[in-house]
Each structure stands twice: as structure tokens, then as C-alpha cells.
Write a protein that binds this ligand. Structure first.
Ligand code: ATP
Length: 237
């Protein structure tokens, strides 16, 4: 059995007296899509922010490619291949699409940055069309594409996605998830946090269910999809 590319072991984290994660253990094997589902406030976003050391783990360890990364500054993680697309996208609204994409490659000094931008444009043709336009003028769906494109510019080995479907029309959601699948097929491991549990589990290999800061269930995604308790609580069935 190979090592997980990312592993959280009994991780605790929170905000002052609020304990948002109460000892969670989660792992992702290279090449997997792992979905984390749960209700509002379950701790999904906190999980991703703790992996990236934006929120500090107060106990437990986070391993990436076998190395403990608890103390690695969040700014250094993209250059190691671990990149997050945060909830709400957080693109740079005044910078152009091209400049936003360049920001994703800020630590790189190789000569393949332009090729990678071409690849992003091939994936999201609308971004090529608008490349000299300010990021803030894009629609919500286009901004999500830009945020994913910017992350791809760092050549991630593991991509953390926080609610990529939030606030988007169903047709756009499908487009975004098709692209996420494609990115995974090209070799990137994906950790997907979603309220849209049905879609998130449909595309994942495995899934975790978070409730008030604890992992209450983990299984192959297809088994979670067919589990009557999950169907009742999270899939609206
Ligand atoms: P949602 O789907 O609504 O985004 P979530 O599962 O991502 O929810 P988190 O955002 O991780 O949940 O929140 C976990 C807990 O931590 C909640 O009780 C939330 O109120 C609390 N929390 C989150 N961010 C902060 C913060 N900046 N300060 C204080 N408490 C916070």
C-alpha cells in the first residue's frame, strides 16, 4: 500500500474558544478525488484552511508527501504543489485575467509559464477572450474558472477546492465539475469541499462526512451515495 499524498491525523483547530475541528483524520491517495461534505458550520472550510496553515492546528499533524507541514507558512505551500481555491474565489478584481493568472505562478522562474497559461486558456476559452479585462468584471462562474485557472498556474499536485459550485447556475456548475474531473484525470489529487453533496460524491472516489468538527463517516463515495442515512440527511431524498 502506498503512502497517502495528504494526511490529517487527529487534527484540532478553532477560533479562540470555538473548537471547529475536534480531532479529524482524513487522507487522500495520489490521484484521488476526496469529497468532504457536511452541513453549514460542520468545519469543512476550516479543514481546508488548517491544511494550508491559514488556521493553525492546535493539535495533531498534517502530512504532505510524507512531510509534516504544520509549520510550513501558507505562502510556501503552492511552490510545494499544495494549492487552495478558497470559498468566494478571491481573485484580484482590478488586475486583468492574464495578471491574475500570472499571480498563480508568482514563485516560478521557469520558461513554461506562458505554455501553462495557454493550457488554462484551452481549458477555459472564455478567459482567453477576456484576457485583458479586469477580473472583477467577470461573472461569478467566470471568476470561479479564473480562480481554478490561477491555482493551476502553480502546477498543483494537490488542489483544495472550497465550494466551487456556490451561487452558480446548474449549467455552469456542470462545466466547472467537468473541468475538475479533467484536472484530476491529468494527475492532480483533489480535495473537494461541497454543500452540494450529491454532485460532490458523484464525482469522488471517497468521501468524508463532517458533523460539528468530527468525521462521523468515511467510505467509498458510491457507498455513501447509496447509504439511506446520508441520503436522508444530505442528499435531499
Ligand atoms: P459552511 O458550509 O457554512 O461554510 P463549514 O462546514 O465550512 O460551513 P466552517 O466555516 O469551517 O464550517 O466553520 C466551523 C465552525 O467554526 C462554525 O461553528 C463557525 O461558526 C466557526 N467559524 C468559522 N470561521 C470563524 C471565524 N473566523 N471566527 C470564529 N468562528 C468561526
Amino acid at each position: 500500500m502506498s503512502e497517502p499524498i495528504l494526511e490529517l491525523r487527529d487534527v484540532h483547530a478553532g477560533y479562540g474558544s470555538i473548537k471547529a475541528l475536534k480531532g479529524i483524520s482524513i487522507k487522500a491517495m495520489e490521484g484521488e478525488i476526496v469529497s468532504i461534505i457536511g452541513a453549514n458550520g460542520a468545519g469543512k472550510s476550516t479543514t481546508l484552511m488548517t491544511i494550508c496553515n491559514i488556521v493553525k492546528a492546535t493539535a495533531g499533524e498534517i502530512y504532505y508527501k510524507g512531510q509534516c507541514i504544520n509549520k510550513v507558512a501558507s505562502d510556501n505551500l503552492p511552490s510545494m504543489g499544495l494549492c487552495q481555491v478558497p470559498e468566494g474565489r478571491r481573485i484580484f478584481p482590478r488586475l486583468t485575467i492574464e495578471e491574475n493568472l500570472d499571480m498563480g505562478a508568482f514563485f516560478r522562474n521557469d520558461n513554461e509559464i506562458a505554455d501553462d497559461m495557454e493550457r488554462v486558456f484551452a481549458m477555459f476559452p472564455i478567459l482567453r477572450e477576456r484576457r485583458r479585462q479586469a477580473g472583477g468584471t467577470l461573472s461569478g462562474g467566470e471568476q470561479q474558472m479564473l480562480a481554478i485557472g490561477r491555482a493551476l498556474m502553480s502546477r498543483p499536485k494537490v488542489l483544495l477546492l472550497d465550494e466551487p459550485s456556490l451561487g452558480l447556475a446548474p449549467l455552469i456548475v456542470k462545466q466547472i465539475f467537468d473541468i475538475i474531473n479533467e484536472i484530476n484525470k491529468l494527475g492532480t489529487t483533489i480535495i473537494l469541499v461541497e454543500q452540494n453533496a450529491k454532485v460532490a460524491l458523484s464525482m469522488a472516489h471517497r468521501g468524508y462526512v463532517l458533523e460539528t468538527g468530527n468525521v462521523v463517516m468515511e467510505d467509498e463515495a458510491s457507498k455513501l451515495l447509496n447509504n439511506p442515512d446520508i441520503q436522508k440527511a444530505y442528499l435531499g431524498e
